[in-house]
Structure formats: structure tokens, C-alpha cells
Design a protein around this ligand. Structure first.
Ligand SMILES: Cc1cc2nc3c(=O)[nH]c(=O)nc-3n(C[C@H](O)[C@H](O)[C@H](O)COP(=O)(O)OP(=O)(O)OC[C@H]3O[C@@H](n4cnc5c(N)ncnc54)[C@H](O)[C@@H]3O)c2cc1C
Length: 410
């Protein structure tokens, strides 16, 4: 079967690329290994799809080549994303910069893309797992388990290997390796972290406001504030997600990775100690339970009191020791929670081998790589989808450019 352009992967970046290239008049075929396109999109933003963010800053991304990332995000901005989707009928709803469809349903975003693909006559082949891309004299041969396709250009949009059940199983990295492209080591990001301390089991299920600081080999590396989630395996929640990729790289490089949780980030240690001493005097002669009630989550303050007593058989700890624990609650990170629970992958195809103006491979003109497969990942808040739309549009625009005006549909 012959197409002008084959898009491998019907996820966010592949769908953006297919729409953009088809609007230029190119004949586009999407090959998707799952029975349906866009399965992951439906799961984004807890089913609401936080599809971009109006606060765009390079500090919200990680990559070995941030200049590349900036270039792409300046070429296709958050405003371009809003306009692209507004053109498909998606009314944006912004909440503190985070942009969702007004329907608050990820399904609307996928449906709008599907309707546009249909209007443009894009061919969609599902249950089609691509196993190899063979560069030919004029274009490429794309091999699936049972079929083979020929095309002038390929847009490789297979995603990473986060949340495999939603489609991306890491086969994109394999396809790139077979072509001799370099891959920056891939680790899970936007996920929880497993810790050594046994007492987290007793704290499982607790959600509390606070901040969490990451230390790599004892050096303060990052810090985020928000809702912390404690789990039987360790720590989670958006503040932990934000630096989980850095923590995973630390572990990969055999560094010591630790975190400290601060349950009173707005008070310094002196203010907290003074407060606790006053509280202790107020409840003098009463049980620890009375002292603990209402201070923090019941199980959490109880565990902090035990830790501050340092296993001595005391009912009350020294208040400065308690203040210390409340502001430096320890977590020794042993492992990331892994790819299955990660929202994205950090690392990927080395950006020095890709042209930032087109997302085209330097080694293989006509081969484009988009989205999470590339060495760039964003923090929570719509940044990863923005990267997917931006790279997909840049690639689709360039791959489809020579078809402009000749075959362009109305
Ligand atoms: C639970 C969850 C929630 C998220 N929420 C948000 C959010 O609200 N906002 C945000 O910005 N980001 C969010 N993300 C991240 C975001 O979804 C991804 O970064 C983005 O989808 C990546 O787009 P992509 O096109 O690179 O890859 P994907 O969307 O993963 O698409 C890749 C596609 O390629 C297909 N494929 C893979 N290999 C092959 C092959 N060999 N042959 C054929 N097809 C193949 C896959 O089945 C898949 O459909 C979330 C991620 C998860 C897991």
C-alpha cells in the first residue's frame, strides 16, 4: 500500500502531525498498534485533558538540549494550540493557566481530531504494530507484523514507554535504534517514588499540603509545594511527580537520592517550635492524643511524635525535635514507581540528530520524529501535550509542504 506520508502512532503528536500534513494536501495514513487511536489522550488530565498551559517557560521542561525545545515551542506556541483546537470547535477553559476543553472531557479533544481526520480523508489502520522502517532510494518501507507500506515520508510518533496499557510500549525507541539513531537513557517521569522507610506503610492514603525537597548526593536539587500523597510504597502527588525524572536519573547514576517532606512550609523552624511549645503548655497534663488532635492528619502526627521520641519510651518528644521532624520528614528513595505508573518518559532520541525547525532526522531526510519519543519532557500542567502538538505540527507542516496547493482539500 502506498501513501505520501505514513504517521506511525495515533497518539497526540501523531494526530496533530496527520491533520497538519493532510491540510497541506498530502495523502496521509496513520498506523496504530492499538485497536483505537488516541487511547492515552482519553486518560489525560484525569479524563479532562489539560491540553496546554498559558504560562509557557523553558524552566517547565527537561532535556539535554533546551535550545531545541525552546525553538519548537516558539514556532508552535500555546496560543497556536488553542487556535488549532478552537478551529476544531474546542472551546478552551483556562484555570490558573492550565487549559482544558470547556466540556471538561478528554473525549471531546479526541473526537474533534477524529472528525478532522475523517474530513481530510486520512486513512487510519489500527491493530498495526510497526516493527521496522527501511529507508529506500525514494522514501521508506514501513513493516508491520503482517503488512508492508511504502511512502515518501515517515513521521515517527510512537510515544515513550510510560503507561504501556495506553499504547506506547517503547517500540519507538527500538525502531530508532535499528536506524542507528542515538537515544539518551530513558527513565520514568511524573510518577511516585518508592522509599526505604517502613513507616510509610502506616501512612498509606494520607493526602496533606506541604513541600518536598529533592537531594541528590546530599545536594538540594529541586523543591515543590502542593498536595503530597503518602503511600505504602513511599511518596507521590504532583510535587513529587515534578522531580521524579531527576530522581530516577540520580538512581540510574548510582547517586544517593533522598527527599525531605515539610508539613509546615509556611513557618520557619523557630516559629514552629515556639508554636509547639505553647501548645504543649496549653495541654499540659493531658494525653498525647489530645496534643495531637487537629494539628495534622491523625496518623501522620502520631508517626511524627514517635519519630521525634527516637524510640525512647517517652510519651512526649522534645518540641524542637518534633518541629525538626515536621519540617524534615525523611524519605530515602530506592526506586521510581516505574514506567507503568509514569505519565511520561524522560530521555529519548538525541535532539542533536534532529532539525529543530522541522523535527526531521539529520541522518534520514524524510523521517520526522515527534512527541515523547524525543529527549524532552515537561512538568505536570499541559506541558507534555503542548510538546506533542508542537512537534507534531512542526513535522506535519514540513512533511506536507510540497503537497501544498496541488492537492489541498477544501
Ligand atoms: C495517565 C496520563 C495522564 C496524562 N495527562 C496529561 C495532561 O493532562 N496534560 C499533558 O500535557 N500531558 C499529559 N500526559 C502526557 C501525555 O499524554 C503524553 O506526553 C503525550 O500523549 C505524548 O504524545 P505522543 O504522541 O508522543 O505519544 P502517545 O500519546 O503515547 O502516542 C503514541 C501512539 O503510538 C502508538 N504506537 C506505539 N508504538 C507503536 C508501533 N510500533 N506501531 C504502531 N503504533 C505504535 C501507541 O499505541 C500510541 O497510540 C498524561 C499521560 C498519562 C499516561
Amino acid at each position: 500500500m502506498k501513501s505520501d506520508i505514513i504517521v506511525i502512532g495515533g497518539g497526540a503528536s501523531g494526530l496533530a502531525a496527520a491533520v497538519t500534513a493532510a491540510r497541506k494536501g498530502a495523502g496521509v495514513t496513520i498506523l496504530e498498534r492499538m485497536p483505537r487511536i488516541g487511547k492515552k489522550l482519553l486518560a489525560t488530565g484525569n479524563g479532562r485533558c489539560n491540553y496546554t498551559n498559558r504560562f509557557m517557560d523553558i524552566g517547565c521542561y527537561h532535556s539535554r538540549n533546551l535550545a531545541f525545545v525552546s525553538h519548537v515551542l516558539e514556532t508552535f506556541t500555546w496560543k497556536d494550540t488553542e487556535d488549532f483546537f478552537s478551529g476544531l470547535g474546542i472551546l478552551p477553559k483556562a484555570k490558573e493557566g492550565y487549559v482544558y476543553p470547556n466540556s471538561m472531557q478528554a473525549a471531546s479533544v479526541l473526537d474533534a481530531l477524529r472528525f478532522e481526520l475523517e474530513r481530510l480523508g486520512v486513512n487510519i489502520v489500527t491493530d498495526c504494530h510497526v516493527t521496522e522502517i527501511r529507508p529506500k532510494r525514494k522514501g521508506f518501507q514501513v513493516l508491520c507484523k503482517e503488512k508492508s507500506f511504502h511512502c515518501r515520508r515517515v513521521i515517527l510518533a510512537c510515544g515513550g514507554k510510560a503507561s504501556e496499557k495506553l499504547g506506547s510500549d517503547g517500540s519507538g525507541y527500538e525502531l530508532c535504534r535499528k536506524l542507528g539513531l542515538s537515544i539518551v537513557p530513558v527513565v520514568p517521569a511524573l510518577t511516585g517514588l518508592k522509599v526505604k522507610e517502613k513507616y510509610y506503610k502506616a501512612l498509606s492514603g494520607i493526602r496533606t499540603e506541604g513541600s518536598v525537597t529533592l537531594y541528590i548526593d546530599g545536594k538540594k536539587t529541586d523543591c515543590h509545594t502542593g498536595e503530597l500523597q503518602l503511600a505504602d510504597y513511599g511518596i507521590s502527588g504532583i510535587p513529587v511527580f515534578q522531580f521524579s525524572g531527576q530522581a530516577a536519573y540520580g538512581l540510574l547514576n548510582h547517586r544517593k537520592v533522598t527527599c525531605e517532606l515539610d508539613f509546615f512550609p509556611e513557618w520557619d523552624i523557630e516559629k514552629l517550635t515556639t508554636f509547639l511549645n505553647r501548645r504543649f503548655k496549653h495541654f499540659i497534663g493531658q494525653s498525647p492524643e489530645v496534643f495531637e488532635t487537629g494539628l495534622l492528619n491523625r496518623k501522620l502526627i502520631h508517626e511524627c511524635m514517635k519519630l521525634a521520641c527516637q524510640n525512647e519510651k517517652r510519651t512526649f518528644p522534645d518540641m524542637s525535635a518534633l518541629a525538626h521532624i515536621l519540617k524534615h520528614f525523611p524519605a530515602t528513595v530506592t526506586e521510581s514507581r516505574g514506567f507503568d505508573f509514569a505519565q511520561v518518559c524522560a530521555g529519548g532520541v538525541d535532539l542533536s540528530e534532529i532539525d529543530p525547525s522541522t523535527c526531521e532526522s539529520v541522518k534520514y531526510p524524510g523521517l520526522y520524529i515527534t512527541g515523547e519519543l524525543l529527549d524532552a519532557d515537561g512538568i505536570c500542567g499541559g506541558y507534555n501535550l503542548q510538546w506533542a502538538w508542537a512537534t507534531g505540527s512542526v513535522a506535519g507542516n514540513h512533511a506536507g509542504k510540497e503537497y501544498y496547493d496541488t492537492n489541498r482539500p477544501n
